[in-house]
Every structure is written in C-alpha cells, then in structure tokens.
Write a protein that binds this ligand. Structure first.
Ligand SMILES: C[S@@+](CC[C@H](N)C(=O)[O-])C[C@H]1O[C@@H](n2cnc3c(N)ncnc32)[C@H](O)[C@@H]1O
Length: 235
C-alpha cells in the first residue's frame, strides 16, 4: 500500500475514533456484507456520517438511494429521517438485496426503508410513474456510467431545496485523464457536462482522500422547480 494511502487510512481511523464511534447496526452491516462476499465499496464511516448530517441539516423527510449494496449508507441516511420519514433504495443484485434487507431489519429500519430490486433504469421510470412526493435527498451510488441518467431521474423526482449527491466522481483523478475511456469516468465527465449546462441546480464537486482512496462526490442543490411542477423556471 503506498505511503499516502496508509496515511489517509490512518487519518480515517482517527476520525472514526473521535467522531463516528462504534455502532452495532452499522458495523454489523459491513461485517455481514463482507461475510456474504459483497465487495468493500460502501461509503466510509465518515462519509456515511456526512450523508447523515446533510440529511439532518435539510430536515429530510424522504430519501431516494440508487445503489444499496449491504445497506450501509441506507442505514446512515434512514436514521436521519424524522417521524414518518421514508427511504426508497434501489438495488439490481438480488443476493446483495437479501443481505441489505437483513441489515436494515437488524437496524430496526424495516418500516422506514423500502428496497426495490431491479436495474435502476427499470425501477426509476416505474417510480416516476407512481408520481411520488418529491424526495428531499437523493443519493446516486450505483453503476457509475449511468450516473448522468440517474441524475436526470433525480431531478425529475426532486423539488427546489432537494440535495442530489453523486458518489465516486473523481476516480483517482481519471476524471481529467484524457487517456481514460473507462465508462465510469466517462459517466462522471458526462455528469459534469450536464451540470454545467443545467439551470435548475447549483453544484460543486469535492475531492476526497481516505480509507477508500482518492475519489470525490458531487453535491447539487436544486434551486428551481422541475418543469412538471407547474411553475415556470424563468428561462
Ligand atoms: C457502490 S455500491 C453502493 C454502496 C452503498 N450505497 C453504500 O455506500 O453502502 C453500488 C451498488 O449499486 C448496485 N448496482 C449496480 N448497477 C446497478 C443498477 N443498474 N441498478 C441498481 N443498482 C445497481 C451494485 O449491485 C452495488 O450494490
């Protein structure tokens, strides 16, 4: 492991020790995921807590998550919701979904969280067709080449004031490597091009280092209503 990665991991351990702490449901979710052979690609504990704090800060009532894995970020987000809160999480892999459902139940969140199994590009149009109340926070963390498509759905399912967070957008800096034609990197470039042109959000991307390496996330605040809201967006 390179020295820089060792240091980032050590600092993450320090942060976890001081500010996150042990948590049986969250730690158990990671352990159950590992025991079932799921890849170790959940958000880090400090990133999970950031999601939690952001949801609390905007007093989120409803959350949509795209990409569940073992339900680690799901638990962080669902715990931030006040009474009557709802979280819908979308997962394509049936065996991952089974692990996640058990983790969510162990965390006592089964009445708040609804896991929908299927490829998100199939389950999202169905969700839109249900015409749900807009979501206060949307976390995009599935197959990265589709992040721009998920962002388009997220915008449709949001309201002014919603936060849309997209994870893993820097990819070790490959975002700006012209030699990289990795579909995940191209997805991130396409997302940034969309955001540059999009008048309905104000966005930034933050680079991160830590136990998960060098990556980053995009935070977009919806500032203008979706065209379907019945209000003019001023353009
Ligand atoms: C990075 S992991 C999610 C991590 C999780 N959000 C966390 O931090 O605990 C990405 C997940 O997206 C799922 N996924 C991949 N392609 C998908 C698709 N087309 N539709 C829905 N889920 C998908 C994968 O099976 C995997 O569980």
């Amino acid at each position: 492991m390179p020295a820089s990665q060792q240091r980032w991991t050590a600092v993450d351990s320090f942060i976890n020790d001081k500010l996150v702490g042990p948590d049986p449901a969250l730690d158990g979710a990671l352990e159950a995921g590992a025991a079932a052979g799921l890849p170790p690609i959940a958000v880090s504990p400090s990133q999970g807590k950031l999601l939690h704090l952001l949801a609390e800060a905007i007093q989120a009532h409803t959350v949509l998550e795209i990409g569940t894995l073992a339900g680690y970020s799901t638990i962080w987000l669902a715990r931030a919701l006040g009474p009557g809160g709802r979280l819908i999480t979308l997962e394509a892999n049936a065996s991952y979904a089974e692990v996640a459902r058990a983790n969510i139940a162990r965390a006592g969140l089964q009445d708040i969280v609804e896991l929908r199994l299927g490829a998100a590009l199939d389950t999202l149009p169905k969700l839109v067709a249900e015409n749900p109340d807009p979501f206060d926070l949307i976390f995009i963390d599935a197959d990265k080449q589709s992040s721009p498509d998920y962002f388009t759905f997220a915008l449709e399912l949001s309201h002014p004031g919603s936060l849309i967070i997209t994870d893993n957008v820097i990819r070790d800096g490959a975002l700006v490597d012209p030699a990289s034609d990795d579909p995940a990197v191209e997805g991130s470039r396409r997302l940034h091009a969309m955001l540059q042109a999009e008048q309905r959000v104000s966005a930034t991307t933050i680079q991160t280092v830590g136990s998960k390496g060098y990556d980053g996330f995009t935070l977009a605040l919806v500032t203008r209503p979706h065209a379907h809201d019945g209000a003019h967006d001023g353009r």
